[in-house]
Design a protein around this ligand. Structure first.
Ligand code: ZN
Length: 411
């Protein structure tokens, strides 16, 4: 059964960043006059992104383009860069648009192919990942787009791709996935740099897979999420999670001197990282020390889970301390789930204030936004999560904006 490769166009196959502002403002006349500003991305490995459709088709694969841009624009870009395709779905072809699955479903319908996880949708932003999820395809996010790693890792695709040529190795794509998900699911697995999910910078945060909350339909089929949840109460999954951590540390291109877990509350008797780190240490260099009590909690915080980000940041200040002087040591801070990062940032601050050389963070899993489909109460079209450019507050906006509907709702 052949794979189908459906691609987003802008910032996935071609670099149209010079026209991003004009496209967002729907100033299509100005876009039309400046098509020469669209660039090819440079080659990565043995292919540049815009060459992928031709290479895949030459290999007998079906290729489609699914874009939210108008048809005249898409066909002009595809012609300009000599990108071949079997099907093109553009803005006018469907009533609903990404992250709604309608455009992807329309492409599959025209190809006469049923949706399956063997087919891939390749895009650069969160809406692409979400549309692929709703359509029942595997999602691939490319790392050369403008989306921040925090945004992308919070709505993580099934596969992160930092090099275009990866897509040409179908034997390898099958064995890709995040190391924590692959090992807990007992999938065949090739370790590679993309098997660790890069979640944040300053501090640098990595996760070993995705954490789906109990309200997310994906929770039921995620052994990693179940394992992380059980670690709060017992050590039944400590062995396998330790293997995930240990093998990820061994895979790193950054060697810490020491691994320290985020500290327990004073009221907690069991250290949930103790057995896990014993298991982990079977897999990495014995020069790396594990310091279970490298950090301690000196202030218990009531009602932390109910607080918003600002209240959390305030409450957690000076909640931790360390008995050591770290003398320039490189420290890997271990946490279970990375959510908004207040706890880890405060731990890193305390370690840095006590002489640490560099601190990076490894979370077993990155929590994920639940993909919920929301329909507009004014017109029935699907709604998208949008952001106010000034306040950066998120809100639901109708996908019929601006021509058909201007309805918004609080996020
Ligand atoms: Zn509407």
């Amino acid at each position: 059964m052949p794979n189908v490769f459906l691609f987003d166009l802008d910032m996935t196959l071609v670099d149209s960043s010079a026209l991003a502002h004009l496209r967002r403002s729907q100033m299509w006349n100005a876009v039309r006059q400046n098509m020469n500003l669209i660039r090819a991305f440079p080659a990565q490995g043995r292919a540049a992104p815009h060459e992928l459709p031709a290479l895949l088709r030459a290999d007998g694969q079906a290729v489609g383009i699914v874009t939210s841009s108008p048809e005249w624009y898409a066909t002009a870009v595809l012609q300009q860069f000599r990108i071949p395709y079997d099907v093109l779905v553009s803005y006018g072809d469907t009533e609903n648009h990404k992250p709604d699955p309608a455009p992807i479903e329309e492409a599959l319908r025209r190809l006469g192919i049923a949706a399956s996880r063997e087919s891939l949708y390749i895009g650069d932003d969160v809406g692409d990942v979400e549309a692929a999820y709703h359509a029942g395809l595997a999602s691939v996010a490319v790392r050369w787009g403008p989306t921040s790693i925090f945004e992308l890792s919070s709505s993580a695709p099934d596969i992160f791709m930092s090099k275009a040529s990866t897509l040409l190795r179908r034997d390898r794509i099958g064995g890709r996935g995040y190391i924590g998900e692959a090992l807990t699911s007992k999938w065949p697995f090739h370790s590679h740099w993309g098997s660790i999910l890069h979640c944040d910078d300053e501090p640098v945060v990595y996760a070993l897979g995705r954490y789906f909350t109990a309200s997310d339909p994906r929770h039921a089929t995620s052994p990693l999420s179940a394992a992380v949840l059980s670690l709060k109460n017992n050590d039944s999954q400590a062995q396998i999670l330790g293997e995930c951590v240990g093998r990820a540390v061994a895979l790193f291109d950054w060697n810490p001197d020491c691994i320290i877990p985020v500290p327990m509350k004073p009221s907690q008797e069991r250290n949930r990282f103790k057995e896990l780190l014993e298991s982990a240490s079977d897999h990495f260099d014995e020069d790396i020390e594990v310091e279970l009590s490298g950090l301690k909690t000196v202030k218990e915080i009531d009602g932390y889970k109910q607080m918003n980000a600002l209240q959390r940041a305030e409450a957690i200040k000076d909640a931790f301390d360390t008995d050591y002087t770290w003398s320039g040591a490189k420290i890997l801070l271990l946490d279970d789930v990375y959510t908004t990062g207040e706890t880890t940032r405060e731990c890193v601050r305390i370690l840095n204030a006590n002489g640490a050389g560099e601190v990076r963070v490894m979370a077993i899993a990155k929590d994920q936004r639940v993909f919920s489909r929301k329909t507009c109460s004014a017109c029935g079209r699907s709604m998208k999560i949008r952001e106010n450019h000034t306040t950066h507050e998120k809100f639901w906006g109708c996908s019929g904006y601006p021509d058909h509907c201007r309805h918004t709702e609080d996020f």
